[in-house]
Design a protein. Structure first.
Length: 304
C-alpha cells in the first residue's frame, strides 16, 4: 500500500469515525438500535452538496446538514416514543423515507461539487497538497467531536442520558426525563452522522443517494474494534476508541484490497467488511474464554 492509499484510508477512517461516535451514542449510551444512520449519512451529503451548488457558504451548508440529520434522529425517536413503534422498525421506516427525501433534495441520484467551494477551499493556500490537508482537517474535526461527546457524557445531563440507556425505569425513579434524553441523544447521534456525510461529499466532490448503504455496519465495526483494542475504562477512552477503531478498520480493508497475495478486488469490499466485523465480534469472547482457561490451568497447577 503506497502513501496516497494510506492517507486516503486514514481520511475515510476519520470521517467515518464520526459515524462511529454517532452509533456509540445510540447503541451503547441509549441502548437504541438505530438504522437511521443509513439514511442520515447520505442526507448530510445531499443537503450540503445541494446547498453548495446553489451558492450557499460551505460552512453554513454543513451546519444545515447537521440540523437535518438531527431532525431525522428526532423523527425516529418520535415514532418510537409517541406511537410505541419498536425502535428498530422505527429507524427502518425513517431510513426508507430518507431515500426518497434525499432524491427530492438533490433532484437527481447524484450531485457533483468538484468545481465548487468546500470547507477545504480556505486551506488551499497553505502550500500543502490536498492529500495531506484532507486527513488533517478530518482529524481536527474528529478530535473536536470526541472531546465534545466525552465532555457531554460526563456532564450531569450526560449522566442522566447514560442512566436512561442503562436502566430507564431506575432513571425515571430518579427524576430523569427519559423521553427527552432519548430525543436529544438520537438527535446528536444522527447529527454526527450527517456531519460525516457532509464532509465525505465535500472531500470526495460528490453526493450520491446510495452513499448510506452499509453505513451502520461501518459504524458498528468502528465501535466494536475500538472497544476490543482500547476497552471501556472511561468515556473518553471509549470515544477515542470509536474513532481509532474506524481508522484501523479502514486501514485493514485497504491492506486486504491492496494485497496481491490475497487476490481481492474492489468488488470484494462487502465480503471483507463482513469478515472483519465478524472477527471483531468473535475476538472479545474468544479472548475471555482463553483467559478463563489460562486462569483455571494456573489455579489447578498451584493447588496441591
Amino acid at each position: 500500500m503506497n502513501l496516497i492509499a494510506f492517507l486516503g484510508a486514514v481520511e475515510i477512517g476519520l470521517v467515518f469515525g464520526l459515524v462511529g461516535l454517532g452509533v456509540f451514542l445510540s447503541f451503547r449510551v441509549l441502548n437504541f438500535p438505530d438504522l437511521t444512520v443509513d439514511g442520515s449519512f447520505p442526507l448530510g451529503a445531499a443537503v450540503a452538496a445541494s446547498l453548495i451548488v446553489s451558492g450557499v457558504d460551505p460552512y453554513l451548508a454543513t451546519v444545515i446538514a447537521i440540523a437535518c440529520g438531527c431532525f431525522a434522529g428526532l423523527v425516529t425517536a418520535f415514532l418510537n416514543i409517541r406511537f410505541g413503534i419498536l425502535h428498530l422498525l422505527a429507524s427502518i421506516l425513517t431510513m426508507i423515507a430518507l431515500y426518497s427525501i434525499n432524491l427530492r433534495i438533490m433532484g437527481r441520484p447524484n450531485v457533483a461539487i468538484i468545481s465548487e467551494p468546500t470547507v477545504l477551499t480556505p486551506f488551499e493556500d497553505l502550500g500543502l497538497a490536498m492529500v495531506y490537508v484532507k486527513p488533517l482537517l478530518a482529524g481536527v474535526i474528529a478530535i473536536a467531536a470526541v472531546v465534545f461527546v466525552a465532555r457531554f457524557l460526563l456532564s450531569e445531563y450526560g449522566l442522566a442520558m447514560r442512566a436512561t440507556g442503562a436502566n430507564p425505569r431506575m432513571a425515571r425513579a430518579q427524576g430523569v426525563e427519559t423521553q427527552q434524553a432519548t430525543y436529544i441523544g438520537m438527535a446528536m447521534s444522527n447529527g454526527l452522522v450527517a456531519l460525516a456525510g457532509a464532509l465525505f461529499a465535500q472531500m470526495n466532490g460528490f453526493a450520491d443517494v446510495t452513499l448510506g448503504t452499509g453505513t451502520i455496519v461501518v459504524g458498528l465495526a468502528a465501535v466494536i474494534v475500538g472497544e476490543a483494542l482500547f476497552g471501556t475504562r472511561s468515556v473518553l477512552i471509549w470515544a477515542i476508541g470509536c474513532v481509532a477503531g474506524s481508522v484501523i478498520y479502514r486501514l485493514a480493508i485497504a491492506l486486504a484490497l491492496n494485497s496481491d497475495a490475497l487476490g481481492l478486488q474492489a468488488s470484494d469490499l462487502n465480503l471483507v467488511t463482513a469478515i472483519l466485523v465478524t472477527v471483531a465480534l468473535i475476538l472479545p469472547g474468544l479472548r475471555n474464554s482463553l483467559s478463563s482457561l489460562f486462569s483455571a490451568a494456573v489455579t489447578k497447577r498451584a493447588s496441591p
